[in-house]
Ligand binder design. Structure first.
Ligand code: ADP
Ligand code: MG
Length: 221
């Protein structure tokens, strides 16, 4: 589902944010990417989502070489991906419902179907009662869950999440991670960046350890 071959990324000379990363995630895999701050986790996710291009190397997503896809066709990759950004990126002038619906609207999904799917996604994160609230009126953890509902509403083949439990209390972090686990069981390939060792210990079955841009090792449990 996700194949990276000898990925190098340099923002500024002489440092390499990613240094020769090769790895494959199969359909249905659940991976944690971990490592200290600055080790390249976010860069790796951004490369997989084609938010940025690598300096060198090949990325194949769902059988397609994504570097060859021109910018105006990026939506072709994005529609099979749900992304939970570290800073959520919710639209504060839109209600929760409309934040989650947006992806489906862009894809031209019929209104009735949008309603059904948005409701189900919000129900999954237990926010169906806040559907018509504005994000500003929600707690941090609730905003986080809206971001997750938005990422999964399109039933994507791939879910990418960057520190989705950063700044949450342990119980809520646990709950959110259980959600990702649930989504993964429904068949999505999930990749989560985190440095929360407790969560990794509990939920991790495949782990990539990054250090200074290098893939130190892969562990499977
Ligand atoms: P992590 O998510 O593990 O904290 P990042 O991928 O954000 O790591 O960063 C990896 C390295 O790349 C760091 O040294 C960081 O300073 C550098 N870096 C990340 N983004 C940029 C950028 N936009 N411009 C320049 N350097 C960057
Ligand atoms: Mg990061």
């Amino acid at each position: 589902m996700i194949e990276l071959y000898h990925i190098w990324k340099q923002y500024q000379k002489p440092n390499w944010a990613l240094n020769d990363i090769t790895f494959k995630a199969q359909k249905g895999d659940f991976y944690f990417v971990t490592g200290p701050s600055g080790s390249g986790k976010t860069t790796l996710l951004n490369i997989i989502s084609r938010g940025i291009l690598p300096t060198q190397g090949q990325i194949i997503i769902d059988g397609k070489n994504i570097q060859r896809i021109p910018d105006h066709k990026i939506y072709q990759i994005r529609r099979i991906m749900g992304i939970v950004f570290q800073d959520f990126r919710l639209l504060f002038h839109k209600k929760v419902f409309n934040n989650v619906a947006l992806v489906l609207e862009v894809l031209g999904t019929p209104k009735k179907e949008i309603k059904r799917r948005v409701y189900n996604a919000l129900k999954m994160v237990n926010l169906q009662d806040k559907m018509y609230s504005y994000p500003a009126h929600l707690s941090y953890g609730e905003q986080q869950r809206v971001a997750i509902a938005r990422a999964v509403v399109n039933n994507p083949k791939i879910i990418l999440a960057d520190e989705p439990t950063g700044n949450l209390d342990p119980e809520l972090a646990f709950e959110i991670m259980s959600l990702f686990n649930e989504i993964n069981k429904q068949g999505s390939t999930v990749i989560i960046c985190t440095h929360d060792r407790e969560l990794i210990r509990h939920f991790g079955n495949k782990i990539l350890f990054l250090y200074k841009g290098k893939l130190l090792r892969e562990e499977f449990f």
